[in-house]
Design a protein around this ligand. Structure first.
Ligand code: ZN
Length: 236
C-alpha cells in the first residue's frame, strides 16, 4: 500500500517494536532509511542484531528490498556520561520511588527524535517513525503521544521543516503489535521478529522460547512473552 511519496527515517534498535515499525514504513513509503543509536547499552546485543535483521527484511519482499536504503548508526555515548541507570550501567533493575523503572534515561526518546530529525534534514527524509507506545509502556513519559506531538511542533519550528513524527504502535498493545507484524509481512515476518529481534534488558540469548530469546523474567521479557501468548491465543 503506497500512501504517498513521502520518505521515512525509522528509529531502528533491532527490537520487536522497531522492527514492526520498519515493516510498517516499508509498506507505506517509497524510500526508507534506518537509524540506530550506540549509547553504551549495557548489552550491545540489540545493536549487533541490526545488520542481520536488515538483510533478512530485504529477503521478505522485493518492494521492501527496493525501498530500504541506508542504515545509520550514531554514537550517543554522551547518554551514559549524562545518566547512571540500569540501562547503561551494571546495576539491578528495580522500581524507583517515582514509579519509573531505573532503566529510565530521562529524555532519551526526545534526544533520539532530535538526532533523527537532524539526520533526516540532511538526508532529505520527511517522516520520522518511532516505536513509542502509551499502551504497554513502562511509564516512560517521553514515549507519550503528547510528548511526541509537542516535539514535532518544536522540531519543525526550530528547523523550519515540515517533518511528520509517526508512531504506529502508540495505541496498541504488545499482542496487537504481533498482529500488525503478521498483517504487514505474514508468518515470515512474525518468524523473523521471533527469532532475530532482541528485547531482553539483560542481553540473554541462551534459549529460544515461543516468543523469542531472552531471560524470561526481566520487565521487557515479561511484556514480550505475555503479548505473544495473547497473540497466539487470539486475544490480541
Ligand atoms: Zn529478559
Amino acid at each position: 500500500m503506497h500512501s504517498n511519496n513521502d520518505s521515512a527515517l525509522v528509529l531502528f534498535s533491532g527490537g520487536q517494536d522497531s522492527t514492526t515499525c520498519l515493516a510498517w514504513a516499508l509498506s507505506r513509503y517509497a524510500r526508507v532509511e534506518t537509524i540506530g543509536f550506540d549509547y553504551g547499552q549495557r548489552h550491545a546485543i540489540e545493536l549487533s542484531m541490526r545488520p542481520k535483521l536488515l538483510a533478512k527484511m530485504r529477503t521478505l519482499s522485493n518492494d521492501w528490498a527496493q525501498r530500504l536504503g541506508e542504515d545509520h548508526v550514531i554514537d550517543l555515548g554522551l547518554i551514559s556520561q549524562l545518566s547512571h541507570t540500569a540501562m547503561t550501567a551494571d546495576i539491578a533493575i528495580t522500581m524507583q520511588e517515582n514509579g519509573l523503572p531505573n532503566t529510565f534515561v530521562p529524555g532519551r526518546n526526545l534526544m533520539f527524535m532530535l538526532v533523527a530529525a537532524t539526520l533526516a534534514y540532511r538526508r532529505n527524509l520527511n517522516v520520522l517513525v518511532g516505536g513509542m507506545c502509551e499502551t504497554d509502556y513502562s511509564g516512560y513519559p517521553d514515549c507519550r503521544d503528547d510528548s511526541m506531538k509537542a516535539l514535532q511542533v518544536a522540531l519543525n519550528l526550530g528547523m523550519a521543516t515540515r517533518l511528520k513524527l509517526e508512531t504506529p504502535l502508540m495505541w496498541i498493545n504488545k499482542a496487537q503489535t504481533w498482529t500488525l507484524a503478521q498483517d504487514l509481512g505474514g508468518q515470515p515476518l512474525v518468524d523473523l521478529i521471533r527469532s532475530d529481534t532482541h528485547t531482553c534488558y539483560l542481553g540473554e540469548r541462551g534459549s529460544l522460547h515461543a516468543w523469542g530469546y531472552g531471560c524470561g523474567t526481566c520487565p521487557a521479557c515479561a511484556l514480550r512473552a505475555r503479548g505473544y501468548e495473547e497473540f497466539v491465543s487470539g486475544a490480541g
